[in-house]
Design a protein around this ligand. Structure first.
Ligand code: G3I
Length: 308
């Protein structure tokens, strides 16, 4: 049978990929599968976030992030940076620094021209801007500051806004569309929208494909950046079958939208999924189980790309 990245490319996509955390890399089975042809792209699950990369002001540490980057490079995989500006996993020198607007602006400029990545989770569910040290100090201008800094540091890197609960029609998806329109009309660099896609079995939104198309109709690409589909444990054959169908639905939506450029699962094995620790009693969200057996989800992904 085909492999996931091969199937993605045959469907006209740039990649199929996975999140990888540094701890995963000490597991030789994990590394073998990671390098085995199913994945053409990786995202660092944690080690390129602000707390990991600039733990004190002006002091950048890339050891952990570089470990992910060098595995990606050795495997010939595209690297997705994640992330430059996020309200979570911020070191306290940023969140509690009490900086003036101009100082915080320059802190963002330094950080985002050093960490070339995306802006994450800036909206509330009702489409208003999320409270954060960035918004509270700079209003929405921090978005432009971050994008311009990243662009001037590397004109060739794709710049994305990434969020969750924008996978269906509603106030939050509309807010992201309005932001993209505003950025484009102001000439601010923006290349794409990252649609996280943390779903539950049976819960893929019916408006998913039309929302992806609504983003691309604004002249940006979209990527599915953090796909997983959780279930209430224990898993059953019926749940795993439904999960396979759900993965197929998600992938088929990306396949059908020409400027949906790729799909990243938020780690490929249940062994290292973030779900059980964040949502006790839930899990089994990934295409491989904790013992590295492929689940029906694997076949669902292939079928969603039109492969078998
Ligand atoms: O590294 C420490 C370790 O030293 C300590 O012993 C352990 C004890 O709890 O914690 C470890 O840090 C954890 C870290 O993951 C690394 O495993 C943090 O507690 C934990 O909060 C952190 O969770 C990460 C989460 O973002 C933080 O919000 C998840 O791994 C990561 O998968 C998750 O990823 C996010 C995306 O970046 C953005 N979208 C949502 C997605 C899921 O929450």
């Amino acid at each position: 049978s085909a492999q996931l990245n091969t199937a993605a490319k045959a469907a006209g996509k740039v990649y199929f990929g996975t999140a990888v955390d540094n701890g995963d890399l000490s597991d030789s089975t994990y590394k073998t599968i990671l390098a085995g042809g199913d994945f053409g792209q990786v995202t660092a699950a944690n080690s390129m976030k602000w707390d990991a990369t600039e733990p004190s002001r002006g002091t950048f540490t890339f050891t952990q992030g570089d470990a992910i980057a060098s595995v990606a490079s050795a495997n010939g995989q595209v690297l997705r940076g994640h992330n430059c500006v996020w309200h979570n996993q911020l070191p306290s020198w940023v969140s509690n620094g009490g900086f003036s607007a101009s100082t915080l602006q320059s802190i963002i400029t330094t950080h985002c021209s050093t960490i070339l990545t995306v802006i994450s989770e800036i909206f509330n569910e009702d489409g208003s801007f999320r409270t954060s040290v960035f918004y509270n100090t700079l209003n929405s201008s921090f978005v432009t500051t971050a994008l311009q800094a990243a662009k001037s540091a590397d004109p060739n890197t794709k710049l994305y806004i990434n969020d969750y609960n924008i996978e269906y029609t509603g106030a939050k998806a509309t807010a992201v569309q309005n932001l993209v329109k505003a950025l484009k009309s102001a000439g601010t660099p923006i290349d794409g929208v990252g649609v996280q896609s943390h779903f539950s079995v049976g819960g893929v939104p019916s408006s998913y494909q039309s929302v992806l198309s609504a983003f691309t109709s604004l002249g940006v690409e979209v990527a599915i950046t953090e796909l997983d589909i959780a279930m209430t444990l224990p898993s059953t054959a019926a749940l795993l079958t439904q999960q396979g169908n759900d993965y197929k639905t998600v992938i088929a939506a990306c396949t059908a939208v020409p400027k949906c450029i790729g799909v990243t699962v938020w780690d490929y094995t249940d062994k290292y999924s973030w779900i059980p620790s964040a949502s006790p009693g839930k899990g089994a969200a990934c295409p491989w189980d904790a013992n590295y057996n492929k689940k029906p989800a694997y076949q669902g992904i292939l079928n969603g790309f039109g492969a078998s």
